[in-house]
Design a protein around this ligand. Structure first.
Ligand code: BEZ
Length: 328
């Protein structure tokens, strides 16, 4: 976006956002909303997006429906945020990775071992501190944050044998493209290699990367273990998702429509959190039953990397203090 256009957009949005809420339109028009996400059709997030659309159609008596575009059909997350800002995309379920690239305070969610287990991740995402962060999104990004979902905690899948973090040093390790995780793996001494989800299987299979940062659901469902000698069950980071609506689209919805969309999207996002709290344990059990060496790792595995991360992000992401309290 050109500087002048950016400024004009900021002014329009700032006035529309007076007192933190966009003025609701009084008339309601029928609409098929377009919702984009990067996950493939069988993924929990995609299923939740479809279920939200079905319920919205029913609750609105067929007036509103949702066309879901999975697997990056509409572009990557950075492109989808731009589309939400311009109003050419109505809704998206996105990792908070790209959001944290634009609002560094969201980087607080990626503090290593902020969540000590999946239940604590759920508590953090349902906390007032997390909800307060969503309130900053209309002004800072031009999107309305309806609520959070999540994926499982992060693990490491390696092509080679791994017994300690030293074995990962200098190796190319795939990460989801965002700053806080890049800083973490730089501190570990690996070469973090940003790569979108659809490219990961082949990259691990053909040795383009030596290891990947991934959650247990996808390790199993997308068979990332096919080309692995070791899985490090480290649970080192939570992985939030956020349900977004374009602020431009939101502005043209009536009060009733906004309430209906918030309620139903919020319900299905929260259902995603429930899915992971219920299934993370069984998925981990399945992972441990694979014909692959699994080593358990905690904060000590990463030696000084966690403190190094904190030195960079402690000031950049002041929300961390309150999220830590919520994790207890
Ligand atoms: C990933 O980039 O690893 C990822 C993205 C969305 C859902 C789960 C994992």
């Amino acid at each position: 976006m050109k500087q002048t256009a950016k400024r004009a957009y900021g002014v329009v949005l700032a006035s529309a956002l007076a007192l933190g809420s966009l003025t609701a339109a009084t008339t309601a028009t029928a609409k098929e909303f377009r919702l984009g996400l990067i996950t493939p059709p069988p993924h929990t997030w995609t299923k939740a997006a479809k279920a939200f659309g079905d319920e919205l159609k029913e609750a609105s008596g067929g007036k509103h429906s949702v066309a879901v575009f999975p697997s990056r059909q509409l572009g990557n997350e950075a492109q989808m945020i731009q589309m939400l800002q311009s109003g050419s995309l109505d809704m998206a379920f996105l990792t908070i990775a790209e959001v944290s690239n634009r609002v560094p305070d969201f980087g607080a969610f990626y503090a290593p071992y902020l969540a000590k287990d999946i239940q604590s991740a759920a508590r953090i995402l349902r906390s007032d501190a997390a909800k307060d962060l969503l309130k900053t999104l209309p002004k800072k990004v031009g999107v309305v944050g309806v609520g959070y979902g999540m994926a499982g905690l992060r693990q490491i899948v390696s092509r080679d044998e791994v017994s300690s973090a030293d074995d990962l040093k200098g190796k190319k390790l795939r990460i989801t493209p965002f700053e806080p995780i890049k800083d973490f793996y730089n501190a570990v001494g690996v070469a973090p290699t940003p790569m979108p989800l659809p490219a990961v299987y082949d990259a691990l299979a053909n040795g383009q990367v030596d290891a990947i940062d991934m959650d247990v659901e996808l390790i199993i469902k997308l068979k990332y273990y096919d080309h692995a000698k070791t899985i490090v069950e480290s649970n080192h980071m939570m992985f939030p998702m956020v349900g977004l609506v374009s602020a431009k689209v939101w502005k043209n919805l009536s009060k009733e429509e906004r309430a209906q969309i918030s309620d139903l999207m919020g319900k299905h996002l929260d259902g995603v959190i429930n899915t992971y709290t219920e299934l993370e344990g069984p998925w981990l059990a399945k992972m441990n039953a694979l014909d692959v060496k699994v080593i358990k790792a905690g904060p000590a595995f990463f030696t000084s990397a966690i403190a190094d991360w904190e030195k960079i992000w402690g000031d950049k992401a002041p929300a961390l203090k309150k999220l830590r309290e919520a994790a207890q």
